[in-house]
Design a protein around this ligand. Structure first.
Ligand code: BES
Ligand code: MN
Ligand code: ZN
Length: 497
């Protein structure tokens, strides 16, 4: 979507569709001005009661005489002249984005200052409105021959004009730039997530990372192949790809744009490009959704795109542990024991608990960057979906200040996360009779024991783990990757500047 910022009086806009706020109690400034040039038309309409003032509702007026705009979209702002709550704002942006998908106009003009949210700046509001529009206009139709039948093919909107007072134009512009970069990064993550396993395999991800580095001078991509990983002793990671025809890859995208002396932040994504479960084979129902088991990796790609677009002055390493988990004659057996790069031995009791097996060696490898912090992002456990559903990302950490930075970023980005506890009692569930640890900790607290497993490999730095099993994609009619938690991670990085 093309966005521009413009100053001027709302009632004077020659636009195909002007979008303003409407309170029940009294008219907002632009509504007052429009009411007067339309000889009381607006007050009449509102008196008639056709607009439900509950935020999330709206009313499209197709003709207002004496007005220079062709349509007027009224956004409900509530009953009592108060700023919106965050939840109301969410309703408003969702409704607005869907209205924009169906409006029969090439451009619209939003009086952005009339959308006021409790305790939030205009910059924040603009950014989230822009993010919501970028999200709603995304389409994944590269494998459809007949794109003419897709819902988005009927979309006419090409340009959104954000109308603001001259003194606020800078804030709106800044919010717009961030919102677009986050929206774009999120959509990059969605596309990688949506690609099927036969196309998006570990080598495909490595090629994407190399292509990104080719386009941007500040990014360098290094890729380890199986031979190189084997030489480093990454037998845990390699035990996952053993049954697959597809070779594993460890991808490191190094973005150096901060002080040379500044320690980098490492983002590490789980990149299982398809998870059959391996010899501990998954049941058939909805197994196609295991193409989404690389959404952690996809979010790392998304963040890298956004920070490149924003040219953030920081050092970030985007790592991806990519492998395909398949059964086969060479596949790892339940009961097999492997030695990780750290030297710790692992008894693989369930080959379907493979995410932690690729991540643990990558966590050890990350030590060479002497990181300020490492955050891994993984569709790690079905248990996390049971605990938090599809709304909230699980957060676990060995460093409370880091956990709090991420929670605060998640609130600001409206990309929800919730911290779960860790501890010795849980770690003991991983005890093995035959090796230093088992790769599963039994049915209780599966998300926590998975994090405790990872923590054993993350002792050298502050570390946090985001379990996005419930939030990375949607099932059912709306099946598709969500691009979460790109907004939270970008906010975390923005807060570092
Ligand atoms: N990728 C899955 C986790 C998953 C399952 C995410 C369903 C989203 C929806 C992961 O590799 C896995 O299979 N985990 C197992 C772990 C168990 C064997 C300890 C799980 O959650 O069942
Ligand atoms: Mn699995
Ligand atoms: Zn998995």
């Amino acid at each position: 979507m093309e966005f521009v910022v413009k100053s001027g009086a709302a009632e004077k806009q020659k636009t195909a569709c002007l979008i303003i706020g409407a309170h029940k109690k009294s008219l907002l400034p632009s509504a007052t001005a429009i009411d007067s040039i339309t000889e009381g038309y607006l007050a009449d309409v509102l008196k008639r009661g056709d607009l439900n003032f509950k935020p999330g509702h709206s009313l499209m007026l197709l003709h207002s005489h004496h007005a220079p705009f062709e349509r007027l979209l009224l956004l409900a702002m509530g009953d009592n002249n108060k700023p919106l709550t965050e939840a109301e704002f969410n309703q408003l942006t969702t409704n607005l984005a869907s209205q924009l998908r169906s409006v029969n106009a090439r451009e619209v003009t939003i009086a952005i200052e009339e959308i006021a949210v409790e305790g939030k700046s205009l910059h924040w509001v603009t950014r989230h409105v822009v993010e919501a529009i970028e999200y709603a206009f995304y389409q994944f139709d590269q494998f459809k021959n007949d794109t003419g039948t897709s819902a988005l093919s009927k979309i006419s909107l090409k340009k959104v004009i954000l109308l603001a007072d001259r003194k606020n134009a800078e804030a709106v512009k800044a919010g717009l730039v961030q919102g677009q970069a986050i929206g774009n990064g999120r959509n990059v993550a969605r596309t990688l997530g949506n690609l099927p396993g036969n196309i998006c395999h570990p080598t495909y991800l490595a090629d994407e990372a190399k292509a990104l580095a080719k386009k941007h001078a500040k990014l360098t991509t290094r890729v380890l192949n199986e031979k190189q990983m084997s030489d480093l002793g990454m037998s845990s990671l390699l035990s996952v790809s053993a049954g697959s025809e597809q070779e594993a890859r460890l991808i490191c995208m190094e973005f150096k744009n901060g002080k040379r002396s500044a320690r980098p932040l490492v983002l590490l994504g789980k990149g299982i490009t398809f998870d059959t479960g391996g010899i501990s084979l998954k049941p058939g129902a909805a197994m196609d959704e295991m193409k989404f088991d690389m959404c952690g990796a996809a979010s790392v790609f998304g963040v890298m795109n956004t920070i490149i677009e924003l040219d953030l002055p920081i050092n970030v390493i985007g790592m991806v542990a990519a492998a395909e988990n398949m059964p086969g004659g060479q596949a790892t057996r339940p009961g097999d024991i492997v030695t990780s790069m750290s030297g710790k031995t692992i008894e693989i009791l369930n080959t379907d608990a493979e995410g932690r097996l690729v991540l643990c060696d990558a966590l050890t490898y990350a030590e060479r960057y002497k990181p300020e912090a490492v955050i891994d992002i993984a569709t790690l456990t079905g248990a996390c979906v049971v605990a938090l559903g599809h709304h909230t990302t699980g957060l676990l950490s060995n460093h409370q200040p880091l956990a709090e930075e991420l929670l605060s970023a998640s609130r600001e980005a409206m990309d929800r996360a919730w911290q779960l506890p860790m501890g010795e009692e849980y770690t003991r569930q991983l005890d093995s009779n035959f090796a230093d640890m088992a790769n599963i900790g039994g049915p209780a607290a599966g998300t926590i024991t998975a994090a405790c497993f990872l923590a054993k490999f993350a002792e050298a730095y502050p570390w946090a783990h985001l379990d996005i099993a419930g939030t990375a994609w949607k099932s059912g009619k709306e099946k598709g990757a969500t691009g979460r938690p790109v907004p939270m991670l970008v906010q975390y990085l923005l807060n570092k500047i």
